[in-house]
Design a protein around this ligand. Sequence first.
Ligand SMILES: Cc1cc2nc3c(=O)[nH]c(=O)nc-3n(C[C@H](O)[C@H](O)[C@H](O)COP(=O)(O)OP(=O)(O)OC[C@H]3O[C@@H](n4cnc5c(N)ncnc54)[C@H](O)[C@@H]3O)c2cc1C
Ligand code: FES
Ligand code: FES
Length: 479
Amino acid sequence: MIEFLLNNEYVALDDFPADQTVLDYLRIHRNRCGTKEGCASGDCGACTVVIAEVVDDELRYRSLNSCITFIGSLHGKQLITVEDLAQGDELHAVQQALVKSHASQCGFCTPGFVMSLFALYKTQSSVDRYAVETALAGNLCRCTGYRPIVEAGLMACNQIGADQFDRCESIIISKLRAIPTHARAASFVIPDSIEQLANTMIEDPEYRIFCGSTDLALEVTQNLYTLPKLVSVGSVKEMNRVEQDNSEFRIGAAVRYEDCAGILVSQWPDLAEVFLRLGSLPIRNQGSIGGNVANASPIGDMPPVLMALNAALELRLGNEQRIVPMDEFFIGYKQTVLRPGEFISTINIPKSSGSRLFVYKNSKRFDDDISTCLGAFLIDFSGEKITRARIAFGGMAAITKRALVLENTLVNSSFNSETLRRARETVPLDFQPIDDVRASADYRIAVAKGFISRLFLELVRPNDIHRITRFEHQSMEMT
Ligand SMILES: Cc1cc2nc3c(=O)[nH]c(=O)nc-3n(C[C@H](O)[C@H](O)[C@H](O)COP(=O)(O)OP(=O)(O)OC[C@H]3O[C@@H](n4cnc5c(N)ncnc54)[C@H](O)[C@@H]3O)c2cc1C
Ligand code: FES
Ligand code: FES
């Protein structure tokens, strides 16, 4: 059975549909209708809830989209919904701030904003506008306008003082610690070791593996498929580690973006923008690099980055292990070399000292939007000459692919206008994209050429500002 806390109440569930979402559980089975359903695809934030977990003897709070979270994922955690914040007639500080700032009109989006701000309130003691905007990037409001909402966030999250959750923290920690780390319900398995996971996958290949379910749950909520048997990697300890030595990072396939972004950005600063723009904070709290790679979408953000960095995947099938380089993992549209019962356990990324990684993402809006095209360039140079180039693009073919003609053109060339001209001409040789709902083939080619031009600008004039993110940041520092 799976066990969790619904605020302070202990809940144990044994017989439930594996693919039931937390949102449906709350609204249909618990009559907690404060949590709203807008899009059912993780895009609007109306369904935001907060999860608390014990990490290093403290409770760690994260915002999640309940519409794309399977109920079994709550095992061992505390679920907090908008109904839990006020105490009697007394609103929580976050709710009071929204009222004071006139930050709600029709109110449909408001519970989601309350919960995103509540998560921020519980995780940071002093916040700036940037932190509030990052916390709210996954919440849409269609009638109030964002200025009063952001003001409310600044007001609430800079207040000092304990709330009822701080006062109950030690009780909640001991209740959560009493729950075993592994669990099995009728059709939902939560192993806590890689052995248990490998055995489950071998014994019954009908089990569908998942981590954050930010891709998988859409099969249920958007395509209306049934997923009768699920196995979560969220508690598998070997797959939740981030390790490094002098030569490489080893990122467990179940590590969430928010738990590995910092260490990867410290090595490759360009990844800061990639992570900032990958979904919203709730998506990054839930989603994993392992899920992004295994999902095999040609527009996933991490595969081109990992390919440029020459990463390798450790795969496991029963007791058998093998290592597959990233550029051999995809074999066709949404197809990978994974065999039935096989899964990704770890992603190994060489540190590639001396190289610089440049990553450019094009999408229809800045936040919380899947890429139209993403280019990742790992470049070594000596003086003005390029000595090594590993380059991969997403959104340019049925799979993420290296740009081999471009790489060959750049190596041993100097950064000058002739090299740039020749480099731009390689795009249609490396890629023949198709028209689809996101962009036309011509547009994709133009965008990829634009990335190459920007790479050259950044190489030639490194101190100029070439990106809107840096421009915004600098103007904020100046004001
Ligand atoms: C609103 C929204 C915005 C998004 N924005 C972006 C974006 O900007 N960029 C982007 O790249 N993606 C985006 N995504 C997609 C998604 O969030 C990412 O692909 C995420 O990394 C998936 O990770 P997960 O742990 O949630 O995967 P899951 O949904 O749990 O799994 C995805 C797939 O991988 C399989 N799988 C999971 N783990 C393993 C494993 N260890 N071994 C083998 N198979 C496994 C599952 O069976 C499933 O088929 C977005 C999604 C949403 C809903
Ligand atoms: S209902 Fe829109 S994000 Fe969940
Ligand atoms: S208050 Fe109406 S959608 Fe935000």
